[in-house]
Design a protein around this ligand. Sequence first.
Ligand code: NDP
Length: 338
Amino acid sequence: SKVLVTGANGFLATHVVKAFLDRQYSVRGTVRSQEKGDHLHKLFSSHGNKFETVVVKDITQEGAFDEVIKDVDAVAHTASPFHFEADDPNELFIPAINGTKGILQSARKSTTIKRIVILSSTAAISNAPNPGKVYTEEDWNDVAIKAVEEHGKAASGDEKYSASKMRAEKAAWDWYNTNKASVEWDLTTINPPFIFGPTLHEVDKLENLNTSSQLWYEQVVKNTSNSPDLGKSVGSYVDVRDVALANVLAVEKEAAGGERILVPAAPFTWQDMINASRKVGPSIGLNNLPQGYTGYDASEVTYETVFSGEKLKGILGFKPIPLEDTVRDSLLDFKARG
Ligand code: NDP
């Protein structure tokens, strides 16, 4: 089988490409320029002609994916901006929404595609702390959209990003529900919380890490704070390798069709990450990692943004990688990158 992976050079997508190749799929990855594919070709050279890249310069153009989608059996659409620096929300909305609608539109006439998997986010479910609530796939994050409607450019970077993911996922389901009688494939969305873990994509220097890895690196490896705030609930996380596996299984599992699927490992505080890193550090030669807030007591934390892992377990059928493995492998990766 052949899969199309969009935005193949991203942090997550590089792992998605690897996961498909490891399971004997052929992969066609889209990148915005030929150079952005160079690192991938080196990384996956042992897979020979089972891996190729194609340039899709502008995913917002109508018909952008028409040619590259033609002969594939499945699609994993991950290309979407993820950063909190946007001034005008349209910087995020246009590629997120038009890219998503564009992939569905280009797949409209396909007779080979069985499933399209769209990488959404918990940001489309909820970002709002709600102690005691376990968010499920029934929930939709209207809060961020309202904030952007009300405040425009003055909304926070997080609100703008969340609204882009929410609107893109909504557009995907609206398109699918309107057109499903006339297409031969079905749709799945994967909704991960913060994605952490080792990087495989091209990172020229640590300052240019992708958004979520950058955050983890700063909060865990570079932390100079000892504030009790490190013990506050941040959100939930999942290992990047689990999200990659979820993409593969979402293509393979019949029951994933028509589903939104949350893929959380666990809720966390930065101090949880710091403590786990200090625990595994010495075994990999890292003895001086930051200690953060030493008065921390994990049993007193109220985790406020908790997501259900029922469908992850029930439909995709796997158990998330344990925290210590995510932390150890991230530390090893950052150590190797200097
Ligand atoms: P990266 O920034 O590492 O990768 C983003 C990918 O999308 C890159 O290939 C990038 O291409 C492409 N892209 C960004 N903007 C555009 C655009 N305007 N037009 C075309 N392509 C674009 O981020 P991640 O790997 O972390 O994110 C991948 C997906 O996962 C996104 O959809 C994100 O929303 C989602 N996600 C991420 C989470 C996380 O914590 N990392 C959590 C939940 C969801 P280029 O390199 O050319 O810019």
